[in-house]
Design a protein around this ligand. Structure first.
Ligand code: GLC
Length: 438
């Protein structure tokens, strides 16, 4: 058994750590301007102008079953969809606002179709819910708000009541957690109480747990769906630590206790969460696979994002990226599901990563740069019963104690296990060698 113990939290995180790989979906009105989901903030777009998107939002090609099938084929085991992003637009049929998809040409509850389709494919379902809301009339203007530069923003701010907004959130969260059956993850986003207001604009405060009335909010969530996984972005610690747009180098630890925590890196195929037509920093296949491996080899999950188009489809670049995962996971999923950081005694050799099955019986060697013609593993002599490429189950021969070659200087050490690597790299982005331990 793996010797790593993670901090206990209220939610059911066991399935989550086993499943390792999920799909994030950022979809909303911002998919129409198609230049970042923060567009309303970045371009300080006034309501009247943003209303155009509301007026014409028509995802006529949306087929949630297609999304679910692609997620599943990519090896993803769960998904998290934006039910509402910072723009405030609701992708579900909420009784507490008119600013929702059912009032656009879409005319349907997009969240419901997502839930049903993903569940039908056997995936777990989660909701992203933005704490920030740049549409709601009670959400106070602050340094992130699209109205922050209006000359009369102070006047516009009068009468806005954060407590009413906090209640609105509770009402919507209640809807999300009662109208759609069992929900596995609730992903709140995000707090910024420590952000400095602009000079001379001290009244524009950042927001955090007190503003959200996060304690009440979480209490409500737990009362409706006790086992649900909640992230930490309300500013109240719950189940999930969520490093974003960077790859940690070590398993995340609790700040005070030093315990290992359940964590999930969230990443994008290119530099935006929402569909961004003209953005071109799409990650290479090597990077996509290596990011997944780099996450699991230090005990984390990867939530990889897709930003569907406003017509409701994954665009060709996103499909291609998903196909990279599909091809790799087809033969290598065993090195990901139910796997975690290898025991400390197993140190990965140069250009490689280790993952290890939870039961401790199998060690997976992920080869990031393909070497010639051996991989030397220290500390593994006498411990490996059999070795094979994982993608095709073909034997990998090995020697123990030394590199089997007459040349002078061939490495020798008692604890050395030497894998003999075929000269041609198999046609796999990151080849994996499966080591059956004795
Ligand atoms: C951020 C951004 C956002 C995105 C999210 C995903 O905090 O505000 O647009 O939804 O992170 O982690």
């Amino acid at each position: 058994m793996s010797s790593y113990v993670t901090r206990k939290t209220p939610g059911d995180t066991e399935w989550f750590r086993r499943d390792r790989f999920g799909m994030f979906i950022h979809w909303g009105l911002y998919s129409m301007p198609a230049r970042h989901e923060w567009i309303k903030n970045r371009e300080c777009i006034p309501e009247e102008k943003y209303d155009k998107y509301f007026k014409y939002f028509d995802p006529d090609l949306y087929d949630a079953r297609d999304w679910a099938r692609r997620a599943k084929a990519a090896g993803m085991k769960y998904a998290v969809l934006t039910s509402k992003h910072h723009e405030g637009f609701c992708m579900f049929d909420s009784a507490y606002t008119d600013y929702k998809c059912t009032n656009t040409p879409a005319g349907r509850d997009l969240v419901r179709e997502y839930v049903e389709a993903f569940r039908a494919e056997g995936l777990k379902v989660g909701f992203y819910y933005s704490l920030i809301d740049w549409h709601h009339p009670d959400f106070p203007i602050d340094m992130l708000h699209p109205r922050r530069n209006d000359p009369d923003c102070l006047e516009q701010n009068q009468g806005r009541d954060m407590r009413r907004y906090a209640e609105y959130m509770r009402n919507q969260v209640r809807e999300l957690l009662t109208n759609y059956g069992k929900i596995d993850i609730l992903w709140f986003d995000f707090s910024y109480s420590k952000q400095e207001p602009l000079p001379g604009r001290e009244w524009m405060k950042g927001k955090g747990k007190d503003d959200w009335e996060a304690e009440k909010l979480i209490e409500l969530v737990r009362s409706l769906q006790p086992g649900i996984i909640i992230d930490n972005r309300t500013e109240i610690e719950q189940d999930l630590w969520t490093p974003e747009q960077y790859q940690p180098l070590e398993w995340l630890r609790h700040k005070e206790t030093g315990e290992l925590v359940t964590w999930e890196a969230c990443q994008t195929f290119s530099g935006s969460w929402g569909y961004y037509r003209d953005e071109s920093t799409w990650k290479s296949p090597e990077m996509l696979i290596q990011m997944l491996v780099n996450t699991v080899c230090i005990g984390g999950n990867l939530l990889m994002n897709v930003g569907p188009t406003s017509r409701g489809e994954f665009d060709p670049r996103a499909r291609k990226a998903l196909q990279v995962y599909a091809d790799w996971m087809h033969g290598n999923a065993r090195a990901i599901y139910g796997c975690t950081q290898a025991e400390p005694e197993f140190v990965a050799p140069r250009d490689c990563r280790f993952t290890q099955s939870e039961d401790g019986k199998r060690l997976y060697l992920h080869i990031f740069a393909y070497p010639y013609a051996h991989i030397q593993l220290r500390g593994l002599a006498g411990k490996v019963d059999y070795a094979q490429f994982l993608h095709d189950g073909s034997e990998i021969l090995f020697t123990e104690g030394k590199v089997a070659h007459f040349s002078e200087g061939a490495a020798e050490a008692e604890d050395l296990l030497v894998l003999e690597i075929p000269p041609v790299k198999p046609d796999v982005v990151v080849p994996v060698i499966e080591l059956f331990l004795k």
